[in-house]
Design a protein around this ligand. Structure first.
Ligand SMILES: CC(C)(COP(=O)(O)OP(=O)(O)OC[C@H]1O[C@@H](n2cnc3c(N)ncnc32)[C@H](O)[C@@H]1OP(=O)(O)O)[C@@H](O)C(=O)NCCC(=O)NCCS
Length: 438
């Protein structure tokens, strides 16, 4: 854990949140990561909150061993029959988010649940607003999360910044027209892939806006190499190795047989990682040409995949888009300085924020090399500046370049003097992506 991650993990609870929860006769506490019973009860509450079954000893143990780095909050009800099981949960950790041309520290939020017995009395609001204040006070410029439902987090200033596409490809119909990669594709064991996956992700994530680094047991969960993994034996792994001998790509998949017609089985890609264009082409071509597979499905791809331009029949792919990775800017100058911009320009931003964290007037000067300089402004907007009035959720949605600010202006969500110029400044060449949930 670096210093920021440690101070975030150990930070005291927010006074306003403590008071609001206490006002309901409940107690807000941090979970002691060294106390296995406390951690197990907290995990049970998360599981119940997400409509999952009871956790067993193996799952408790794996969670205890692997996820101590997460700051875990619980709301406890001493009058409940099982007061050790929290009525609300919330977790976060200091991670690194890739943004256009750089990275920025983020408060990554997860495990947000309120028990059905305690819903809609403001517990999420108390936890979220307090934890955002804490993150901001520690100097984390943004917060991020993935969501179970779209309607929850906009009110807290989050905007959907990296969309995900789910693909269903009729693989025989697709017909590969992309490059023939020069390397080789081989099966490797899940255990062998585990030795490669973290380094590969580190190579990939820094050039892919929207990705975050993932500590703990994340990769073991994907690869089924942790004791609590389910259906691990169903997963297969292929690697792509370049002619120079470097493993530049991995794909993890499982197959569902079609018992009525074995030649029409379905292959589900759990994760395809490619550090080079050749690895991307090599792995996708391999998947689309496998015998007995009629359908290839993949999720959490970006909205602008090269794959679509590597098949002769684009209608062989049915693509569904949804909101996926949400961003909430907490510190406008720090967040804007961390990214590069698509075109030079002077933008006078007026940002509204119901929580007051990112509210203000900020002057962004984007240089020709994409660097952003940010200062505060008052009074009249500087001559020659594009002005833009928008909420923090809109600025956050556009932060990774995943939606054009011209589109948000047309949607009535941004007021600006020049939507096209504004969109060029904030635009980016690559659609953001987050390749998993957290
Ligand atoms: C989503 C959840 C955490 C909300 O908790 P809660 O304590 O009931 O929420 P609050 O009472 O603090 O509500 C805060 C605001 O969010 C709104 N809200 C809460 N849940 C909502 C939902 N699912 N959809 C839309 N709005 C929601 C409330 O109406 C309230 O609105 P207001 O500010 O206009 O008054 C809870 O319903 C839950 O645990 N759901 C199942 C697990 C889940 O989906 N968690 C989210 C994971 S990303």
């Amino acid at each position: 854990m670096n210093d920021l991650a440690r101070s975030h993990h150990d930070a005291p609870l927010d006074d306003l949140s403590l008071a609001a929860v206490a006002g309901q006769g409940l107690a807000l506490r941090r979970v002691d990561d060294a106390d296995a019973a406390q951690v197990a009860a907290w995990l049970d509450a998360v599981s119940r909150g997400f409509l999952d079954g009871e956790r067993n000893e193996t799952q408790h143990r794996a969670f205890f061993d692997l996820l101590g780095y997460r700051r875990k909050l619980g709301v406890y009800d001493e009058d409940a029959p099982h007061p050790e099981t929290p009525s609300a949960t919330f977790a976060s950790w200091a991670a690194e988010l890739t943004v256009p041309g750089g990275t920025v520290p983020t408060c990554a939020i997860t495990s947000v649940t309120v028990a059905p017995t305690h819903r809609r009395r403001g517990l999420l609001r108390s936890l979220m607003t307090g934890e955002l204040r804490t993150a901001a006070s520690l100097g984390l410029p943004v917060a991020t999360l993935t969501v179970s439902e779209s309607g929850i987090y906009g009110r807290f200033g989050f905007g959907p910044a990296a969309h995900a596409t789910s693909w269903t490809i009729a693989s025989r119909r697709a017909t590969w027209t992309g490059p023939i990669a020069p390397g080789r594709v081989d099966f490797v064991s899940r255990e062998h892939a585990r030795t490669l996956v973290e380094a590969l992700h580190e190579r990939i994530r820094r050039t892919s806006p929207g990705e975050v680094d993932m500590p703990g047991g994340h990769w073991d969960r994907f690869l089924g190499t942790r004791p609590d993994a389910e259906k691990a034996d169903q997963r297969r792994v292929l690697q792509y190795r370049s002619p120079a001998g470097e493993v530049d790509g991995l794909v993890l998949y499982s197959v569902t047989e079609n018992e009525h017609d074995y030649s029409e089985s379905t292959l589900d890609v759990a994760l395809l990682m490619a550090a080079t264009d050749e690895a991307y082409a090599g792995l996708w071509r391999f998947l689309l040409s496998m015998d007995l597979i009629g359908t290839v499905r993949a999720g959490e791809l970006s909205t602008d995949e090269p794959l679509w331009w590597m098949i002769a029949d684009q209608r062989a792919a049915r693509i569904a888009v949804r909101d996926h990775h949400y961003v909430r800017i907490l510190d406008v100058p720090a967040a804007l300085r961390a990214r590069r911009f698509g075109a030079p320009g002077l933008v006078a931003l007026e940002v509204a924020d119901a929580l007051g964290l990112a509210e203000g007037r900020w002057l962004l000067r984007a240089d020709a090399d994409g660097t952003g300089h940010v200062t505060a402004w008052e009074g009249a907007a500087p001559a020659g500046a594009i002005t833009a009035r928008l909420g923090v959720a809109e600025l956050s949605a556009a932060y990774l370049g995943g939606v054009s600010l011209a589109t948000l202006a047309r949607a009535g969500r941004v007021e600006t003097t020049d939507a096209d110029a504004l969109a060029r400044v904030f635009g980016w060449s690559r659609a953001p992506r987050l390749s998993y949930w957290y």
